[in-house]
Design a binder for this molecule. Structure first.
Ligand SMILES: Cc1cc2nc3c(=O)[nH]c(=O)nc-3n(C[C@H](O)[C@H](O)[C@H](O)COP(=O)(O)OP(=O)(O)OC[C@H]3O[C@@H](n4cnc5c(N)ncnc54)[C@H](O)[C@@H]3O)c2cc1C
Ligand SMILES: NC(=O)c1ccc[n+]([C@@H]2O[C@H](COP(=O)([O-])OP(=O)(O)OC[C@H]3O[C@@H](n4cnc5c(N)ncnc54)[C@H](OP(=O)(O)O)[C@@H]3O)[C@@H](O)[C@H]2O)c1
Length: 547
């Protein structure tokens, strides 16, 4: 399985220039691979590169990241000090641009080059390789752009095409009465278009929350219709970003307990999350937030404004949409009838699994799931199709409560070490066994059978991260663990060690220790700075509140 060629002779394609693809390219180039990134659009940033085109799904210009800049950064590239704690779409895109510029990534990116298909085939030299078919757009002087189909061979591939591809549009009885006034949130670009309209927002997750609050002061009436509750959390609680309410020490304890008592701990963690929600908001039963599905689903709403808007009466929470009666009347599940001008379905997006499935990859239907149509991909560590694990990785396969940059960096460092042959993979049989065990865990904690919106890509956080740390060779298991190196590090650096374990949970720790992957000299300084800046910020906030 181990590729014997040195990295500079190994040709790797990365597909997609979002936060994950950029990180994959950077890590490959750092290890000397002959890497190239192909991006369908003409910009980097993926979802974060806003587009007005209704056919291109992006965040809105008004989107604010729901994970703070303390956690949503790459391990060796700190965020601008001047950025707010939760950067806006524009600021986060600026950060991605600065990352691409700093690591000189654009010279290895081919824009307007869309992957069409992927298969194993013999290259021109009689070697088995990945055959990639692209549609490339060429701008010709004085004529329309032309699209040409091209074929290239690569030794290895990293797929970073994101999870949000085609709108998940529910089948609604009577939809024909509404025509173009019934849209999916992917087409929602300009709130101004809804001035003085009565708008029904369908769904009860992040997009629904953002879309509804976006319409306040513009639309005449805003209803949010939903079929179940949701765990709602603020961005900041008790002065800390919610993802920083825990710390590395606490995560280690909870993670270990979770591996021993998965069901009890899943319930305990859910109760903790509900308590945090209760501390932040006084939720009225009529708003329908409870019962809330498990936090292991992707259904956690992070919003500072949504509950306040319900309280103020700017938004009304109503039962699920049952059917559309005529061109302005809709009926809800509880029999209520409402007058509505527009319906915006914030019902999520479907991922594109066609590339994975084209590998002949076994995808198993969840027979005992409430949603039998949902396919469960078989990926080792939620990344590698076992049969081709040494040469292809899929970067869409997890649901972990963290920032995308942090987790992408960890995963990409690991993938690149595996592609180098520096970290051995188990046999195909062992990988398949591990996948079976993981899927068993999804059933054990009650995700698959009970939760309609369950995240099929949930991971056992501690176990999964521990494997990635080992594969990446970042020294974290050794220096922050119980072994000889761990004790020595603690004894000789106890103050700093305490900062790592109890202070800001900063991704820069990923490049702090000696290991197989390249270390970043600036990591310790960056961690100390982030901690002192965050303490200063909290103090200023406290003082402001006391006044
Ligand atoms: C509205 C919204 C807000 C979010 N907020 C947060 C947040 O605050 N924090 C957070 O951590 N995560 C957030 N997320 C999750 C989001 O998925 C990640 O932030 C991030 O964009 C994922 O990065 P990615 O590189 O995997 O995919 P994407 O950003 O989706 O990028 C994928 C890229 O691949 C390209 N591509 C796709 N198919 C092809 C093809 N066939 N050939 C070539 N190129 C292709 C696309 O054009 C795109 O540029 C949010 C998601 C949404 C929808
Ligand atoms: N500010 C931010 O950072 C931000 C903003 C927006 C989105 N995001 C991210 O973007 C991703 C997508 O979020 P999303 O909110 O668009 O989608 P989502 O998380 O998939 O939620 C979809 C919502 O639609 C509902 N729904 C689906 N099918 C339905 C049907 N047939 N009838 C009624 N309701 C239905 C779901 O209800 P059930 O729960 O009942 O299935 C759920 O409330 C997530 O990762 C999210 O975190 C982040």
């Amino acid at each position: 399985m181990v590729d014997q060629k040195p990295p500079e002779q190994i040709r790797v394609a990365v597909i997609g220039a979002g936060p994950q693809g950029l990180c994959a390219l950077k890590n490959l180039l750092e290890e000397g691979f002959d890497a190239e990134l192909c991006e369908a659009r003409d910009v980097i940033g993926g979802l974060w590169a806003f587009s007005n085109d209704p056919n291109v799904f992006t965040t809105l210009e008004s989107t604010i990241t729901n994970v703070s800049k303390l956690k949503n950064v790459y391990a060796d590239f700190p965020c601008d000090n001047d950025f707010p704690l939760f950067p806006t779409q524009k600021e986060f895109l600026e950060y991605l641009e600065a990352y691409a510029e700093h690591f000189e990534l654009k010279r290895r990116i081919k824009f307007k080059k869309k992957l069409l298909s992927l298969s194993r085939a013999e290259d021109g030299n009689g070697q088995m390789a990945w055959r990639l078919e692209f549609a490339e757009v060429y701008e010709l002087r004085d004529s329309k752009p032309v699209t040409i189909k091209t074929v290239e061979f690569f030794d290895k591939v990293i797929m970073a095409i994101g999870r949000h591809h085609s709108p998940h549009m529910p089948a609604i009885e009577g939809a024909e009465h509404f025509g173009k006034r019934l849209i999916h949130s992917a087409q929602f670009k300009r709130p101004e278009d809804y001035r003085n309209k009565r708008v029904l927002v369908l769904g009860f997750a992040n997009t629904a929350g953002d879309t509804a609050t976006e319409l306040i002061g513009i639309a005449h009436t805003i209803y949010v219709a939903h079929r179940q509750g949701i765990l709602v959390l603020p961005r900041v609680l008790k002065g800390k970003p919610v993802e920083q309410l825990s710390n590395r020490r606490m995560d280690a304890i909870l993670g270990t307990l979770s591996s021993w008592f998965p069901i009890t701990m899943a319930k305990f963690m859910q109760n903790m999350a509900l308590k945090i929600s209760d501390q932040a908001f006084s939720l009225k039963p009529a708003w329908g937030f409870r019962p809330a599905p498990s936090r292991f689903t992707q259904r956690v709403m992070i919003s500072d404004t949504f509950v306040l808007a319900l309280e103020a009466g700017d938004i009304e929470s109503v039962a699920n949409l049952k059917r559309i009666i005529d061109n302005e009347i809709v009926e809800l599940d509880d029999g209520t009838r409402l007058y509505v001008d527009n319906i915006i379905c914030c019902t999520g997006m479907n991922p594109n699994r066609s590339f994975l499935e084209s590998l002949g990859q076994r995808t198993k239907l969840d027979e005992d799931s409430a949603h039998k149509d949902v396919r469960l991909p078989r990926l080792y560590q939620n990344i590698f199709p076992p049969e081709y694990a040494s040469s292809i990785a899929f970067l869409d396969g997890w649901q972990a409560p963290t920032g995308i940059c942090e987790v992408a960096d960890l995963a990409c460092t690991a993938i690149v070490q595996i592609f180098k042959g520096a970290y051995p993979l188990p046999t195909i049989e062992e990988m398949n066994r591990e996948i079976d065990q993981h899927q068993e865990w999804l059933h054990t904690i009650g995700l698959l059978p009970n939760e309609p919106g369950a995240a099929r890509n949930a991971v056992q956080e501690r176990k999964w991260r521990s494997w990635l740390h080992d594969a990446a060779g970042n020294g974290m298991n050794e220096y922050l663990g119980w072994g000889r190196k761990g004790w020595w590090f603690w004894l000789t650096n106890w103050r700093f060690c305490n900062m790592l374990m109890g202070g800001v949970d900063s991704p820069h720790v990923g490049r702090l220790f000696e290991g197989r992957r390249k270390r970043w000299e600036g990591a310790r300084k960056a961690i100390e700075e982030v901690n002192s800046e965050e303490l200063a910020r909290r103090k200023t906030d406290d003082n402001r509140k006391k006044k």
